[in-house]
Design a protein around this ligand. Structure first.
Ligand SMILES: Cc1ncc(COP(=O)(O)O)c(C=O)c1O
Length: 378
């Protein structure tokens, strides 16, 4: 089989779990597998509440409802981010305010975030790109000083640590994706992790079509009814079964990904050093999650040339986000503070290499040989 850019892991209990979910007849939302997956995540993340949802994008949309964003509100969003970060704000009629990023990591630049705060700002959102931590302590300080909600996109970082602490602990609401490209996956899926207890009740309601069904299921009311905004964010229990089985294999998945990441790094480190290419770096004391393996080329010409060079050798590679401040919808629905030139530069230099649990030693050798046979020209 040809070398694939990403490939979902199949966990040891996954096939059996899916079969049992289907045979049980309980294929709708919040069956035993989804509840078990939520329990696993709650324990792993030490969260006040975990809402398993249908995607990372839906987790962001649900967060926008729970945070009660509305017209006139502004929400700070790093320009180098996945579109759902801006979309979830615009869907509430609020304004995403795009700010620049750190040129080394692509993560939000906290000084730009602070400079963008106005009396209308309601929240700061950010992503730990590629599983590399943003400056979460500084973000929390700014948020507390201005009474803002913090929404952290941890879609790349389940299980990552920053300065010895698990990532995703300092924010009020934390987003996860279980799309098939993610370390833990169930085809399409996600989670909204609630750390701040004041958002728990609203999360339960908004996830269940704006009803108080959760209270009915707990026997607190004798029937449930429409009480607030929301939608149906429940995945089927067949997806819950995939997710539950994958979470049970978390350590196996991470070990394989970390080992592939280390082999790629070892294989191309000298070439990168000699060629003026930067390899992604979590920074001292931090552990990324081996979700991505990327290099930063000197410029866009070299980025495109390496992409073509690898393609010709059967190695798929990919650039990543187009900065939101210059996207068609970003210009229409958002406002930009500053030039966001680091976001533009990062997008024009990044190239991602294949990384997943199915990479063989021969695959890694092919990737390394193909990358190191590329000559960077200045
Ligand atoms: C950082 C980040 N946030 C959010 C999402 C959206 O997740 P989903 O595809 O599950 O909607 C993605 C998707 O790749 C992502 O990379």
């Amino acid at each position: 089989m040809s070398l694939r850019f990403t490939h979902p892991h199949i966990a040891s209990a996954e096939m059996d779990a899916v079969r049992r979910a289907i045979e049980s007849g309980h294929t709708w939302g919040d069956g035993p597998f989804t509840l078990s997956a939520a329990e696993q995540l709650t324990e792993m993340l030490d969260a006040a509440h975990v809402a398993i949802v249908t995607s990372g994008t839906d987790a962001a949309e649900l967060a926008g409802i729970v945070a009660d964003f509305g017209p006139g509100d502004e929400v700070i969003v790093p320009s180098y981010q996945f579109p759902s970060a801006g979309l979830s704000v615009a869907l509430r009629g609020a304004t995403p305010v795009f700010v620049d990023v750190d040129p080394r990591t692509g993560n939000i630049d906290v000084s730009h975030a602070e400079a963008a705060v106005t009396p209308n700002t309601r929240a700061i959102t950010f992503v730990n790109y590629a599983g590399v931590t943003a400056d979460t302590k500084a973000i929390r300080r700014i948020a507390d000083a201005h009474d803002l909600i913090v929404i952290e996109d941890n879609c790349h970082s389940l299980g990552g640590t920053a300065n010895g602490e698990p990532m995703g602990r300092d924010s009020d609401l934390v987003l996860h994706s279980f799309h098939s490209s993610k370390n833990i996956s169930c085809g399409e899926g996600g989670a909204l992790v609630v750390n701040n207890r004041r958002f728990v009740e609203r999360t339960e309601i908004a996830r269940e079509k704006g009803t108080n069904r959760h209270r009915f299921l707990r026997g607190e009311v004798d029937r449930y009814t429409w009480v607030d905004l929301g939608s149906n964010y429940l995945p089927s229990d067949v997806q819950g079964a995939m997710l539950d089985a994958q979470l049970l294999d978390y350590d196996i998945i991470q070990d394989r990904r970390m080992s592939a990441w280390a082999s790629l790094n070892d294989g191309i480190a000298d070439w990168a050093n000699d060629s003026g290419v930067d390899i992604m770096d979590a920074g001292p004391g931090n552990h990324h999650t081996a979700h991505l393996f990327y290099v930063l080329m000197p410029d866009q010409t070299q980025q495109r040339a390496l992409l073509d060079h690898l393609g010709a050798r059967g190695v798929p590679s990919a650039t990543h986000y187009q900065p939101l401040h210059s996207a068609e919808a970003g210009e229409r629905f958002g406002r930009t503070v500053g030039s966001c030139e680091n976001a533009t530069s990062f997008a024009s230099r990044i190239l991602r290499l294949p990384i997943h649990t199915n990479l063989s030693a021969a695959d890694i050798e092919l990737i390394v040989d193909s990358v190191t046979s590329f000559e960077v020209t200045n």
